[in-house]
Design a protein around this ligand. Structure first.
Ligand code: ADP
Length: 162
């Protein structure tokens, strides 16, 4: 049986930190499904449409075997069950991620105790990298080429540069 892992997130837009987690997850499981939350509750309206967020990731993971990208609009655990995935894998940066993830973990466990969540510590290089930080930099014309894939950098500049 193939082991499938889900890497869920809003990915608005994907950063090199997300891609690091996706790549590391792909080295541990047969298949990785990157789940793009269609309408994130926590973050309100997204800058990019679900279609564009999916396309950014698809382009960036083309060289990684066994990874595919899908948008979803259900509970994460329902999405994982529907795919036949055993595990949800998330990246953990600072203390703030921990608090939020701990709460989500307890809630997900109540919903579907058979699905386990696993956490990979952010690589030091990406520990302070977030989609919202990159958007803020883009607004003020900051250097983002080393933080996101090339197409994302271009689109951020088009959407946000003042
Ligand atoms: P963000 O918090 O950047 O908006 P998402 O909601 O898209 O990210 O999060 C998807 C997952 O990726 C979460 O598990 C989040 O903790 C993780 N993640 C986000 N940025 C990084 C990073 N720089 N390094 C490791 N994991 C990250």
């Amino acid at each position: 049986m193939t082991d499938i892992a889900v890497c869920p997130g809003s990915y608005d837009p994907v950063t090199n930190g997300h891609l690091d987690i996706i790549r590391r997850t792909a080295s541990l499981y047969d298949e990785v499904v990157v789940g793009v939350v269609n309408h994130p509750v926590r973050k309100g309206k997204t800058l990019f449409s679900a279609e564009e967020r999916v396309a950014f990731i698809e382009e960036a993971v083309r060289d990684i075997d066994g990874v595919r990208v899908e948008a979803f609009r259900t509970l994460v655990v329902e999405f994982a069950e529907h795919l036949g995935a055993k595990v949800i894998v998330k990246g953990l940066r600072a203390i703030s991620d921990f608090e939020y993830e701990l709460e989500m973990n307890q809630l997900n466990r109540q919903q579907a105790p058979q699905i386990e969540s696993m956490y990979l510590m952010a690589s030091p290089k990406y520990s302070f990298l977030s989609s919202s930080g990159v958007k803020e930099l883009a607004i003020f014309g900051g250097e983002i080429d080393n933080l996101v894939p090339p197409r994302v950098a271009k689109r951020l500049q088009e959407e946000l540069k003042r």
